[in-house]
Design a protein around this ligand. Sequence first.
Ligand code: ZN
Ligand code: MN
Length: 275
Amino acid sequence: MAVRMDQLSWKEFAERSHQPVILPIGSTEQHGQHLPMGVDTILAECIATDLAERIDGTLMPTLSYGYKSRPQSGGGPLFPGTIDLNGSTVIAQVRDVLRELIDDGFRNILVLNAHFENEAFILEAIDLVNRETGGVATVVETNWWDPLTPHDMEAIFDGLPFPGWALEHAAVTETSLMLHYAPELVHLDRVPTDTGTSFAPAPYVRYPVRPGDVPAHGGLASPAGASAERGQLIVEACMRAVVSICEQEFVGRQPEHPALEPQVIEELKTIGTAS
Ligand code: ZN
Ligand code: MN
């Protein structure tokens, strides 16, 4: 069972300050006809929960609104229910939460993002907090899709077309992850038959966003072929990678050998004990 901050007393929370703390960040935005608007938030929280178990981290409440959905990566602002925050709001919210965690004594913080458009604002918040706290805490930020290797991608897509992460909105990966974590919220029968990979975004950005800029159903690429099995592959690959990142950045924090790969450190240990 993952340890959830919102279920701890303040004292129990404080006693875990030597453990990593995980802040999941999602969004509330349309995800086509077959997925709910909480996809990014649900996935951020589910993946962060799995991670919290693996690294004995403390799971913070998920930030459920994100930066503005863009037509070429989330469908844009014209869909009812897409709740867009200004960039300054995202920065302020993330900055305040991180600052509180650091002031409470936490030194190892993982920010797990699941909404494409958030990243620049999250990094800005982390940078500002890092400057104002003199770098006392290690803050690692990753999107769930960042650490997937080409090998992982081959196994996950296995012949299906990959349109790029910007267009992977309500498509194969998010639908597969939802089938893995919350199949009762997925309605594959509602996928429009004209959902192809034919949506080709313009090579420029134009404001204002107008109806017709994106497919009316809200999907940017086809979810055809999505499955719980693919979802599980994504989760496993993500866990492997992020657990190893945390071991390298948090647990080890080997200042004497910062450039060494964990593998090399293991080998060095073996040499030491073999004699
Ligand atoms: Zn999404
Ligand atoms: Mn999103």
